[in-house]
Design a protein around this ligand. Structure first.
Ligand code: MG
Length: 359
């Protein structure tokens, strides 16, 4: 029996994880958390003793003693839980990409000390992880992250000027929470995933490619030095990477429909329009700059997305806020969690100032 702590239980990943855990006799829920939603009814219903809304998740995790932490918190708020699991050597199934982006170097150090597993839940990274199984990184020439392109694929900058919240929230292939859906429309999500991939797989940025693949059938690819490229295919459904991470190293049965190749499956790919969607380029340069630059990228993006969702910032200004924040933030090296928290707060301060100047 594997004891699971589910952080972010009421979000899109959290709800799908609950479904998978309920269907598996091997998995037992030992802790639940949410950002704000009261969990007492759900915890009572599921027989979970440890639960919490908001606050510091470390005490919850310490009390629950999980074998696996599924971190599906949104944003920087997931950082302490990520570092706790890695430090303790408790298997971490990571859906909170922002924590690895912001705390990448600290997280890798904690993982080294803890000696536990870090399993990506992000569909692209799960795909890459699966394509890499049994291989060494010396055999890899590059990894290729696929991007659906979001609802505004094929649009030009002038066309995006007046895009509304509702238009940005209408994702063509993935049904997800609001923050990640906006991040998919701006391509900031792919920028975060680029940095996430760098820390997960230890490849330099020039060996991580991004390609637009509107159908979201190929979840990502790995190119090997012998010329072979391995891809991971399936319908866009987060229950696959969630189930993989929760059941690893086994592959549990799921009720999901298999890929219907005979129905006429076509796979289309196109280059990313970096001029219209500058956030991948900005993420790449933040990643290369290192230190707390990735943290500043993610923090500024969180502030800008919240402002956009509140109707206080135009769509194209999201990237502008991030760019200006990266120009002004002090992005020196991160020594510990306290200095990271300070860097995050400073970047949020700069980004918030930009909001007033732009909108
Ligand atoms: Mg993803």
């Amino acid at each position: 029996m594997k004891r699971i702590a589910l952080l972010g239980a009421t979000g899109s990943i959290g709800r799908q994880a609950l479904e998978i855990i309920a269907a598996s006799p091997e998995l037992e829920l030992c802790a639940l958390s949410s950002g704000k939603t009261d969990l007492s009814a759900l915890a009572l219903d599921l027989g979970v003793e440890h639960f919490q809304s908001g606050g510091d998740l470390v005490s919850l995790l310490e009390a629950a003693e999980p074998d696996l932490v599924l971190n599906a918190v949104v944003g920087f708020a997931g950082c302490r839980a990520t570092l706790w699991a890695l430090e303790q050597g408790v298997t971490l199934a990571l859906a909170n990409k922002e924590s690895l982006v912001a705390a990448g170097a600290l997280a890798l150090d904690a993982k080294e000390r803890g000696g536990g597993l870090l399993l990506p839940v992000d569909s692209e990274h799960s795909a890459i992880f699966q394509c890499l199984e049994g291989r060494t990184m010396q055999e890899v020439s590059s990894i290729v992250l696929t991007a659906s392109g979001g609802p505004f694929r094929g649009r030009s900058r002038p066309e995006l000027e007046h895009m509304t919240r509702e238009q940005a929230l209408a994702h063509p292939t993935w049904k997800m929470g609001q923050k990640i859906t906006i991040d998919s429309a701006t391509l900031a999500n792919k920028g975060l995933e680029l940095i996430e991939a760098h820390f997960l797989f230890g490849l330099p940025y020039e060996r991580i490619e991004v390609i637009v693949h509107p159908g979201s059938i190929v979840h990502s690819l790995v190119r090997f030095r012998d010329g072979a490229a391995l891809a991971h295919l399936g319908y866009p459904d987060m229950r696959v990477p969630i189930s993989f991470a929760l059941s690893y190293p086994e592959r549990a049965a799921t009720p999901l429909r298999p890929l219907d190749l005979a129905a006429g499956l076509t796979l289309e790919f196109e280059a990313l329009d970096e001029e219209t969607f500058p956030l991948v380029r900005l993420a790449r340069s933040a990643g290369r700059a290192g230190g707390s630059a990735p943290c500043a990228f993610s923090a500024a993006n969180e502030i800008a997305v919240a402002a956009f969702l509140a109707g206080q910032l135009p769509f194209l200004a999201i990237a502008e806020v991030v760019e200006r924040t990266l120009e002004q933030a002090d992005t020196s090296a991160v020594r510990d969690l306290d200095s990271l928290v300070a860097a995050d707060a400073a970047a949020r301060g700069i980004a918030s100032e930009q909001l007033g100047k732009i909108s």
